[in-house]
Design a protein around this ligand. Sequence first.
Ligand SMILES: Nc1ncnc2c1ncn2[C@@H]1O[C@H](COP(=O)(O)OP(=O)(O)O)[C@@H](O)[C@H]1O
Ligand SMILES: [Mg+2]
Length: 376
Amino acid sequence: MGMCIGKITKNNNKYNKNHDNDDNSSINDENNEISLSNEKDQQFLLDDLPSFNQKYTASYIVLGKGADAIVCEGIINENAKQWSGISNSINKVAIKIISLDQPKFISKPSKFVDLNLKGNSIEESKQHGRDGFFGGVDYYRNEKKKELLLKRIKNEIELLRSMNHKGIIKLLDTFENVNKFVMVLEYAHGGSLFDRIMKIKKFPEEDALIVFYNIVKAVQYIHNCNIVHRDLKPENILFKTPFCNDQILICDFGYADRCDGDNLKELLGTPNYVAPEILLQHPYGKSVDIWALGVLLFIILSGNFPFNHSTQNNLFKLIVRSQFSFDVYKHKWNKVSQDAKTLIKKILVVNKEERYTIDDIINDPWMKPYRLESSM
Ligand SMILES: Nc1ncnc2c1ncn2[C@@H]1O[C@H](COP(=O)(O)OP(=O)(O)O)[C@@H](O)[C@H]1O
Ligand SMILES: [Mg+2]
């Protein structure tokens, strides 16, 4: 899905194409690369991080781009493997680069100010650049921009380090200097759930169950650590391998926080996934992730958003009333079981006290076939 930010210049010797090409089916069909000659891209080059370059070689092939970061492919240098303690079987890595002085790039979330979307599909959301955070707008525009960004990066690093679960992306290394932060991450060979939905439009129900169950198990772990993710969406759910649905990796803890009860207040989220309690400015906690899981399940089963509107205000009105319907794309929902629809209805409940919890979801009748299978 990567966004095109220009082609690499061929005579550049930093671009090492001679590494093992062990995975031809990686997500990067478009082969977007950070251009070393493009001024705007220069901020993402890693020449000024010698300690990084000792250990890794960045290919600058872009795997994805979020609100704050560019993520590109890289490899661990052969000689570094011996002393770095990184398993010999790991070869490719994902390199998340966050430039600390890049006002143009960071102001991307401001698109939310005048969202003007038509239709109801998540394809359209991407075409219109609806990615990232509406909560970021004011923050990034004021002088404290850098400070806040730094705080978030450190928070993400701290939270990633504190967790250890097969459904959560592993942080292998970090580097920093005055201009940028670099996180070296486990490489998700299977690309994002977003890309997979783009490709297949919607999952057959049995596959949807496998994907969703594994997401829910990872979220259960996160919640048991008293962490709330706050940005669960298909762009932030990756697949370990290109062909399996059962090995998901949740990434992007940039907006995650520790949470013990309903102690959070910040108004942030991605518009289509944001929970009513955030919009209503009630103190909130883990329930916002549950809401996002409901939105996700709706998307996985249909390829459409449950809540969408051409203006953000109207979108938020739909969300605070939980006004969604299985009738809009009837031909798709006719083929989906009643159990799946019932589960969505039990998750997308406005009152967070009445909403399903993570354990309720796991114990729901729709989950039963896979729950039994995966416990064997
Ligand atoms: N470990 C990884 N392996 C493969 N692709 C990744 C990895 N981490 C991130 N990406 C891609 O990069 C995109 C942006 O990364 P993310 O951590 O979500 O950054 P942001 O905080 O800016 O949203 C993701 O949506 C995904 O497509
Ligand atoms: Mg992201």
